[in-house]
Design a protein. Structure first.
Length: 122
């Protein structure tokens, strides 16, 4: 039996601001539905990913900005960095570590993301 991670809640203060931010950096807005006055569900997916994030109202009790360690893998950390900067995101310049090349950024609430280019092994 496969166990797949397909949706992760990201706590935010302003759903529309967060949706704008994530779509501006390239996430696809898959779904936006207000169930009632206390529940709104927005699903966003990074390009090529089998896992989406959800933001909204009434989805999680986690504090906005409390997520640390979210990570995406890309073919080129430098290209990802350039795309983030072009979108107006304050990303950290690419750094090379033994386990890959990385750039880091945060969403408007302070949820922190890492983007990794895997090392080339022979």
């Amino acid at each position: 039996m496969d166990w797949k991670i397909e949706l992760i809640a990201i706590p935010v203060t302003d759903v529309d601001r967060a949706k704008d931010f994530y779509t501006k950096i390239g996430f696809n807005a898959d779904h936006d539905h207000r169930v009632d006055e206390k529940l709104r569900f927005v699903q966003l997916t990074p390009p090529g990913s089998g896992c989406s994030i959800c933001i909204g109202e009434g989805l999680t009790e986690a504090a906005p900005g409390s997520v640390r360690g979210m990570q995406m893998v890309v073919a080129s950390a430098e290209d990802a960095y350039q795309q983030l900067v072009a979108a107006g995101v304050e990303a950290k310049p690419v750094e090379t570590l033994d386990w890959g090349k990385f750039t880091f950024f945060a969403d408007p609430d302070g949820n922190q993301w890492a983007i990794q280019e895997l090392p080339k092994y022979n």
